[in-house]
Design a protein around this ligand. Sequence first.
Ligand code: WTA
Length: 655
Amino acid sequence: MNEESIESTLHEERLFPPLAEFSAQARIPDRATLDSLAQAANEDLEGFWATQACAEITWHKPFKTVLDSTNPPHYQWFSDGELNVSYNCLDRHLREKADKIAIIFEGEPGDITTFTYHQLHQRVSRFANVLKAQGVTEGDRVVIYLPMVPEAVIAMLACARIGAIHSVVFGGFSAESLKDRIEDAKAKLLITADGGHRGGRIVELKAAANRALKEGCESIQHVIVLQRTGHEVDMTEGRDLWWHEAEAKADGNCEPVWLNAEHPLFLLYTSGSTGKPKGIQHASGGYLLGALTTMKWVFDIRDEDIFWCTADVGWVTGHSYVAYGPLAAGATIVMYEGTPTFPDPGRFWKICQDHGVTIFYTAPTAIRALMKYGDDIPASYNLSQLRLLGTVGEPINPEAWMWYHRVIGGERCPIVDTWWQTETGVHMIAPIPGAVPTKPGSCTLPLPGINAAVVDEKGHPITTPDRGGYLVITKPWPSMLRTIWGDDQRYYDTYWSKFGSQYYLTGDSARRDKDGYFWIMGRTDDVLNVSGHRLGTMEIESALVAYPKVAEAAVVGRPDDIKGEAILAYVILKGTRPTRGADKTLTEELRAWVGDQIGPIAKPDEIRFVDSLPKTRSGKIMRRLLRTIARGETITQDTSTLESEAILPQLQGKE
Ligand code: WTA
């Protein structure tokens, strides 16, 4: 960002106070209760988190130190306490909840399996013994490259049980990405499967794993292979073993290893804007605490809830809200293997109906994709069990929020728009559903104990409402990342250099409105500068998506002699794509609309109608690629994730 702050062009005035019926039963039922929590945290941050940590976590050895900030930015939490995360997710529930369903799994082909807490405990203990038999011990890294099946969670918890550090690699990643991650983590063991079901096809995980191991990955000693699809795969004698065979031989008892609260629980690689992926390293105690408190505060989790977070375990959302958070809270989760549109775009709603999902958490990209198919499909399923909805991953466009609210939530379910990052571990800024009125597109207010601010270039808080700036976290929090695996320097440079080791730099831009609500404007490198006005791409996109004919939009800048930057919008329509030449009227309609909604400054200079947009595996629009294309530069990015290469000419405006 330059000296000036970012101008906000999104003016959203709709306000949705919590419904009385919801609040009456909520864990945090009103603003006064929330304010008293927040006040306790403001007065004594350490005391506040210590109280939470004692209440939420079962400690083997209680901690005496709360926050150790002797070596910033290497903050430590509860560092003399001992616990085991798998014990907290399983063993401690056995007395009262042994027969409660922990996981309801639905495979893409339609197979359904359930696990009670007792059964899950058994499977995890057995598999932990399998790991031990392969020589895995405390501190070793284990890479998990599995489809979205219960065994992925079992493998994670088994690692946690013996103190091995897992690193889950999303099953959609290529052999090359897998290899990079294995090598960076110097993993000893790889856990994969013969395949997984996605979009009606089989994802060839073992084949990709074989390719990765052929070219390097010397640290890997063994590969454990889960049988999921049953089709033929190449096994290497002496190196590879079948999960079911190993598990059949293993003992069902495995005492948890008591670990220091700072013991690394997992690494999770995220791609930075440049360079190789960063191994975000999380600790055990603080992370678990954040996962538990947010399950209670933000998801208002109750014993009878059926909780479905649609994220893959390969993402942080899957770590915190498929595996650790809900299981530590003793909840029942739904896990689904496949895509939202297989065999048809009603699949998500059918799963909600069939399993009686009460809390549903997904990404704006999924909402926009399903919204495109209209209201009739969700209307044909019974979604009356739903009581709370959530979103994560990107700013949600207000119109997508309204659709989610109206069509999926039947205007009765609060929507929690949760802002957080792989690095933050858990939710940071999000509404407390029984207490905080929501506004479509705003993640509302920081959670108790979380100190967030919007600051200018010099690090001074921006006090003018709606002026955008850098989103920073001004005090340490328990679930924060501890470092980048093996690269402390990169940890300092990325997060703690711009404003020193005082403020954690999120990399996002945001503004606060007159009520103090936070509005995320996107990554700081996604800001346009049009004739000296700094505009958030996200807000122009939201204006476009608010036009009835538009399903999705991505806006990027390209250099312009006169304006500094010109605005190029890629637009997906709800109907068919107009061919080049036939799109002039629509382009004018859209330009006029954006002019009305935001102002003439934000009118796109060019609109390209496309069938799809390039997305990362986690569903974020690949803006850097779009920028390259918009500038007519040679494409250096990996385009293998595009739904079809055929859209390239469309993106380039050649078709
Ligand atoms: C973006 C996902 C707006 C943001 C948990 C952040 C969001 C990045 C939201 C982290 C939200 C996530 N509103 N933007 N509710 N949630 N983001 O590491 O830019 O995959 O920095 O973690 O996603 O993505 P990550």
